[in-house]
Design a protein around this ligand. Structure first.
Ligand SMILES: [Zn+2]
Length: 369
């Protein structure tokens, strides 16, 4: 099998400004880089290079998305406003924590285009693909940016797969630590796109992501939220995959699996408390690849989302990408440290209980649950 990775050096020169994590500097916040900074992605690119991915995969220079392609998932008002904010040189894409500069609009188009380049490679028979990009997309609403996201890259990919390539069923599986609120909202009434999000229970956004959100009129069952407790770790994630995510996907039978590939659910991430290891991401990738192979002719497009540990996020993305590419996965250098941790190693009763709540909510829509 083959693997494509989309990457542009343009992603390495975008400055999200100064912040303490995501808060403006000043007061108690000493000057520092924004948590959604260049290093987390350049370090990932460097790691892919030194790990031999460039020899094993096809490295693709992404194209920019056209405005028409973005408009499949967003309102014209949003696109025009993003262009205006960017032309003004600074501003916010929406929600107050999504800084824009003079290059943000063009970079957001390139991010969406990178995801589309990955889609085109996969549909041309390339096998699987990962779009290494920034800005992330899954929080972006149809009418607004949100949570570091400008345009919803996964939604733009899913719409292109249906509108341009004629697919009838696409699944978007969001493994980012935070709820894929934008993707859910864009497809809430659309049975042609199954949206599944695994995320830390009521983390971000606080108001969305509940198990009761199962899809709108004519699309009931086509949205699934798996709410995981803090400290979930690999066991809770894999339990959710085996008892909920994989059975739902196999029953829905998507012709394409799109992964919103956030790794801020990792053990060392400053923006969530979920405790997943690089090995855990490889295990999720293996299951998603299994579904894609069984029902979607192996078509899997992975699109970069959150992940804010400059040291550990790259290792998690590497493990995920190597797995979807059918490559040997490098050992996690933190393996010994992780083995000594008391948490995240065994399936706890509260993990089972949390997943059982989701399973019961979805069981009336999915016979296999
Ligand atoms: Zn996130």
């Amino acid at each position: 099998m083959t693997l494509a990775v989309c990457w542009s050096e343009q992603f390495a020169i975008h400055d999200s400004g100064r912040a303490g994590l995501y808060l403006p500097v000043g007061g108690l916040i000493e000057d520092d880089v924004h948590v959604d900074n260049t290093a987390r992605i350049t370090r990932t690119r460097n790691l892919l290079r030194t790990s031999g991915i460039d020899e094993a995969a096809t490295i693709l220079e992404p194209r920019k998305a056209s405005v028409a392609e973005v408009l499949r998932a967003h309102s014209e008002e949003h696109v025009v406003r993003m262009q205006e904010v960017s032309e003004a040189g600074e501003g916010d894409a929406g929600g107050g924590y999504t800084p824009m500069d003079a290059h943000s609009f063009e970079l957001a188009l390139l991010s969406a285009g990178s995801a589309l380049t990955a889609l085109e490679a996969v549909l041309a028979g390339e096998g699987t693909a990962h779009a290494l990009l920034r800005r992330s997309g899954h929080h972006a609403w149809r009418d607004s940016g949100y949570g570091f996201c400008v345009f919803n890259n996964c939604a733009i990919v899913a719409r292109a797969a249906i509108d341009e390539f004629g697919l009838e069923r696409v699944a978007v599986v969001d493994i980012d630590a935070h709820h894929g609120n934008g993707t859910e909202a864009i497809f809430y009434d659309d049975p042609a796109v199954l949206t599944v999000s695994l995320h830390q229970d009521r983390s971000f956004p606080v108001e969305t992501g509940g198990v009761e959100s199962v899809g709108g009129k004519d699309a009931e069952g086509a949205n699934a939220n798996v709410n995981l407790p803090a400290g979930a770790g690999d066991p809770a994630y894999l339990d959710a995959f085996d008892r909920i995510v994989v059975p739902v996907l196999l029953e829905y039978r998507p012709q394409l699996v799109v992964v919103a590939c956030g790794v801020d659910s990792s053990l060392f991430d400053p923006m969530a408390r979920l405790g997943v290891t690089a090995t855990g991401f490889a295990s999720m990738a293996k299951r998603l690849l299994g579904v894609a192979s069984e029902v979607a002719d192996g078509r899997l497009v992975s699109v970069q989302e959150g992940g804010y540990s400059p040291v550990y996020s790259p290792l998690c993305w590497l493990a995920f990408i190597e797995t979807i590419g059918g490559l040997d996965v490098h050992a996690d250098p933190f393996e010994d440290f992780i083995a000594e941790q008391a948490t995240c190693r065994e399936l706890a009763p509260w993990h089972v209980e949390a997943n059982e709540v989701t399973r019961k909510h979805l069981a009336s829509y999915w016979a296999s649950l």
